[in-house]
Design a protein around this ligand. Structure first.
Ligand code: SF4
Length: 181
């Protein structure tokens, strides 16, 4: 399959899965940032050093810049939901679950189609109730996805580059992932 056919297939799969928003930009627009990785290390989300899909287990951000530099196009996909009010945690959590399920489905369909991509998810890997890190190997390495933030990408900047909103307005929540071809 040539590159144009691969791009068309990725677009079809994104449409079929039903993401609420999708944008594209050249992969060369993406630059990893040390300050984003510093946010991981600050322990804000409490996953640093607690998952095979998070730093330090996944390696330095330089590795991710090299992986990005090998790509040509970046698709940015979102699950967007309306909130009943600003405390609507149930919708926020279900939107996050939906985005994780959708991006994993997309990743698996791309693998099945023989299309090599770099997929960066939203949030840490939650495939297992408790991550086996560091006492035992990852239980599902073939399905484990690293998040955009863990790779060192500032999600707001990537959305801006791809021409889609990071924030869809008051009383909405959006979860964002990236697929690089
Ligand atoms: S698949 Fe399981 S063991 Fe592997 S990173 Fe995800 S949660 Fe951890």
């Amino acid at each position: 399959m040539d590159t144009e056919a691969q791009i068309a297939t990725v677009k079809q799969l994104i449409d079929a899965i039903g993401f609420e928003d999708c944008g594209t930009c050249p992969a060369s627009d993406l630059a990893v940032r040390a300050d984003v990785r510093d946010m991981c290390a600050s322990g804000k989300c409490r996953m640093y050093g607690h998952s095979w899909a998070c730093p330090p287990a996944i390696g330095g951000i330089e590795k991710y810049q090299k992986l990005i530099d090998q790509r040509r196009t970046c698709f940015v996909v979102q699950t967007v939901r309306k909130l009943e009010d600003e405390f609507d945690g149930e919708t926020m959590m279900s939107a996050e679950r939906e985005q994780k399920a959708r991006i994993l489905k997309l990743y698996r369909r791309l693998v099945a189609a023989g299309i090599d991509t770099l997929v960066l998810a939203a949030g840490t890997c939650t495939l297992c109730e408790t991550c086996s890190y560091p006492d035992a190997p990852c239980r599902h390495p073939e399905s484990r996805l690293v998040s955009m933030e863990a790779a060192g990408l500032l999600v707001y900047q990537v959305c801006e580059a791809a021409g889609i909103p990071y924030n869809h307005g008051p009383l909405t929540i959006a979860y964002t992932s990236a697929v690089l071809l």
